[in-house]
Ligand binder design. Structure first.
Ligand code: PLP
Length: 377
């Protein structure tokens, strides 16, 4: 089996899964309790918050653990947008931002979407044109989950703050976290979202990290957990396992990145004699994600590869229920490219041999369908 869908989710590290299981057995106490066993669990949770803050260079930030990055993104938008201020949203955002922004627009918020360049990054001229001092909130992702395009967030926050000093800048960092170096102070962001299951941690854990003092709203009412923002007994074992996965990834960040680069370069070199379009920029984008388009339906290729136990996706899996491809369309790609898209996404466990097998099988499958009516001329 070859699993090339790591941007969608990753396999949990075995030792992390075992640790989570043991911790749940041995430290099942409620962190809100006032006896010593509960206090230990509470302290473990606080320690995780500090470790995440430390890793992200975010001393002056608050950390809220959530059930997913989707939830963290929802909390950010719900809290930080203001009725009388313009809201700017990147044109390539994940559906957890995009759909929330559409919902806000229906409620009467002044939501404006930013264009992407043909390479899938934020179009800086468009941002400058839309920026003025009425802008109160901006959300732009760090690494695009479909193409791997990396936005220069440090530059974007400077541009935004130069014209809209008090605007709150949120960044969805899900595909950047533990894959590229990330320091929130250097980036200049006010809030940042991460997810556990994209870095070999357990499902059901995300986090929103935001500057202390920002006007955050209660998202779930109840017992007042997570600093009264998100009530509900905390998933401490999950958070502990998430932070353990983070520490493992953090140790190998550079080696993993270089390995992913080797895989991406090899894949594109192996395919030089094949008719495809690379959606993005080989050198500048994240090496973990490769977005390719062929002259057939991406879905057809996906299932042909699946027959050989090779797993890729068509665009983002969170988008798989929607027709078309919003991100590629925003990049100006034609219908052939948006229909014919597959996404290959790596993790450090993937090998060069797997890349070679993938390319060989893909070429055989393409040969089979060329000339059939599912092949576009
Ligand atoms: N943001 C980006 C960029 C993503 O790639 C994803 C997942 O694909 C999410 C947010 C949502 O993450 P979660 O599955 O933790 O809700």
């Amino acid at each position: 089996m070859i699993y090339f869908d790591n941007a969608s989710t990753t396999k949990i590290f075995k030792d992390v899964a075992e640790f989570m299981c043991d911790y749940s057995q041995e430290n099942f106490y409620n962190p809100s309790g006032i006896y010593s066993k509960s206090i230990k669990v509470f302290n473990d949770l606080e320690n995780c918050r500090n470790k995440l803050r430390g890793y992200l260079g975010a001393d002056d930030y608050q950390v809220i653990f959530t059930a997913s990055a989707t939830e963290a993104n929802n909390i950010a938008l719900d809290s930080f947008v203001q009725k009388n201020k313009k809201v700017l949203i990147g044109g390539g955002e994940h559906s957890s931002i995009y759909e929330t922004a559409q919902h806000l627009r229906q409620q009467g918020f002044d939501v404006v979407f930013l264009h992407l360049t043909t390479e899938g990054k934020i179009d800086i001229e468009d941002l400058k044109n839309k920026l003025d001092d009425t802008v109160g909130f901006v959300s732009i992702m760090h690494v695009n989950n479909e193409t791997g395009a990396i936005n220069d967030i440090a530059n974007l926050t400077k541009i935004v703050k130069s014209k809209a000093k008090n605007a709150i800048f949120h960044c969805d960092g899900v595909q950047a976290f533990c894959k590229i170096n990330t320091n929130l102070k250097h980036l200049g962001v006010d809030a940042y979202t991460v997810s556990s299951h994209k870095i070999h941690g357990p499902r059901g854990i995300g986090a929103l990290i935001f500057r202390k003092g920002l006007p955050i709203k209660t998202f779930v009412f109840g017992g007042g957990q997570e600093q009264n923002i998100r009530s509900g007994t905390e998933n401490v074992a999950g958070v502990m396992a998430f932070v353990m996965a983070m520490e493992k990834m953090q140790k190998n960040l550079k080696a993993n990145f270089d390995h992913a680069r080797t895989l991406k370069t090899r894949l594109l070199q192996n395919l030089t004699d094949t008719d495809f379009v690379l959606n993005g920029n080989e050198e500048n984008d994240s090496p973990y994600i490769v977005s390719l388009s062929f002259k057939t339906k991406g879905e057809v290729l996906l299932h042909m590869l699946e027959e050989e136990e090779i797993f890729v996706s068509t665009g983002s899996s969170c988008n798989s229920k929607h027709k078309g491809n919003r991100v590629l369309t925003e990049m100006g790609k034609d219908k052939t490219s948006t229909d014919g898209n597959i996404r290959i996404s790596f993790c450090e466990d993937n090998t060069e041999d797997e890349v070679d097998i993938f390319c060989k099988v893909l070429k055989e499958k393409l040969e089979k369908i060329k000339g059939l009516n599912i092949w576009k001329k």
